[in-house]
Design a protein around this ligand. Structure first.
Ligand code: HEM
Length: 139
């Protein structure tokens, strides 16, 4: 794929400041939304896609560069979705992220984004699993 054919960033300050991350986020979601396993979960919940792209770009700018104004709570929305997110969904999501990062990011950034995504995935997956278990054992 040539760079010109890739989804373009902007218009939003955070996406303009981090055009490479913004492009990655758009490419990732272009594929994730069409994915038969995880696409329906995103489509069922996220309606303000541009708002989500901004939050997600800010999240990754903070993770990758320690910059940006991400002030969200990334664990909470996933715990709330515990009944509809399964381990194979996390694995699929990670594969799509890794592939897209390798395609559009500088190699070092792609490696770091993949490594960080792996760690965050583990944390979220554990939080989701704990929530499921609590739900099962609660009288
Ligand atoms: C298959 C697994 C996952 C699914 C189905 C999923 C789904 C979602 C959905 C539907 C939202 C929007 C929630 C809302 O607006 O109410 C969301 C938000 C978010 N997700 Fe995930 N997610 C998954 C895994 C991950 C992973 C692994 C990461 C990080 C590496 C992540 C990072 C985020 C962030 C940063 C937000 C934005 C929270 C905010 O608005 O501040 N998600 N996710």
């Amino acid at each position: 794929m040539t760079l010109n054919a890739l989804p373009q960033p902007g218009p939003s300050p955070v996406m303009d400041r981090h055009p490479d991350i913004a492009r990655l986020v758009r490419l990732f979601y272009e594929r994730a939304r069409q994915d038969s396993l995880i696409g329906p979960v995103f489509e069922g919940i996220i309606h303000d896609w541009e708002g989500h792209f901004r939050a997600f770009t800010a999240f990754w700018a903070a993770q990758l560069r320690g910059r940006g104004r991400y002030r969200g709570q990334p664990v909470a929305p996933h715990v709330a979705l515990a009944s509809s997110i399964t381990p194979d969904m996390f694995a699929r999501r990670l594969t799509l992220w890794r592939t897209a990062a390798a395609e559009v990011m500088a190699p070092q950034d792609a490696a770091l984004l993949t490594e960080k995504a792996q760690r965050i995935t583990q944390v979220l997956q554990q939080a989701v699993a704990d929530t499921r278990t609590e739900g099962e054992t609660r009288p």
